[in-house]
Design a protein around this ligand. Structure first.
Ligand code: COA
Length: 183
């Protein structure tokens, strides 16, 4: 069963809200198994996209691993995996996890490099942050970002996140900075 999402602030991006979904525009909706396609697979397998993603370092990305990941998020009440679509084409994913905790974590990936630098991530983050604040009764949302991931740090900053600390990344993958957004 899909988790329901309320529409929030207005921008280029709509958030799926049942009948309000406008498939001709850019929108975010909860990923379902039927959304898994080769764009998703090729995006996650693209070294430029996956360079800073911890998840892709621990296991090989295959259609099967993506199916498992999407179904785990559908069945897990403390996480939600959104797809970012432009005109029905899956262009990226955004994940909220630890939604049952005081501080919710957020991660984002946009698969198509030609979409980078056009403020999509900034807008998506703002939209999903607002969704998290309104739906989970939290006051903090956080992200761990590789220190060298300049584009990501800039997008999170533009979406209202600030640098709070630096920590070693998991699996000896360098340094991460922790950024938080507070109400
Ligand atoms: C990180 C990512 C989500 C940023 O998406 P995006 O849509 O390009 O972000 P925005 O357009 O909102 O960019 C914010 C700013 O960073 C800049 N930027 C984006 N990528 C950049 C890069 N590789 N190097 C330097 N600056 C970059 C943009 O130009 C923009 O700057 P501006 O406001 O001065 O114009 C996207 O590059 C991506 O999916 N990367 C692969 C996965 C990943 O690393 N995810 C983050 C894990 S924490």
């Amino acid at each position: 069963m899909e988790k329901n999402i309320n529409n929030q602030v207005s921008s280029r991006i709509k958030i799926f809200n049942g009948a309000d979904l406008q498939r001709d525009s850019a929108y975010i909706k909860v990923m379902s198994l039927s959304d898994i396609n080769t764009t998703y697979l090729e995006g996650m397998q693209n070294p430029e996209v996956s360079k800073f993603l911890t998840s892709t370092k621990t296991e090989k990305v295959t259609l099967e691993s993506l199916r498992l990941f999407v179904s785990e998020n559908i069945n897990n009440t403390s996480s939600v995996l959104f797809g970012f679509f432009i005109e029905e084409n899956l262009c990226g994913t955004i994940r909220l996890h630890n939604t049952n905790c005081q501080i919710v974590d957020i991660g984002i990936a946009i698969f198509d490099k030609s979409l980078w630098g056009k403020s999509w991530a900034t807008e998506i983050l703002k939209k999903v942050v607002l969704f998290a604040f309104e739906n989970y009764g939290i006051s903090h949302i956080a992200a761990g970002i590789d220190v060298n991931n300049v584009g990501s740090i800039k997008a999170f900053k533009k979406a209202g996140f600030t640098h709070v600390s630096s920590t070693p990344k998991k699996y000896n993958l360098g340094l991460a900075i922790r950024m938080e957004h507070k109400i």
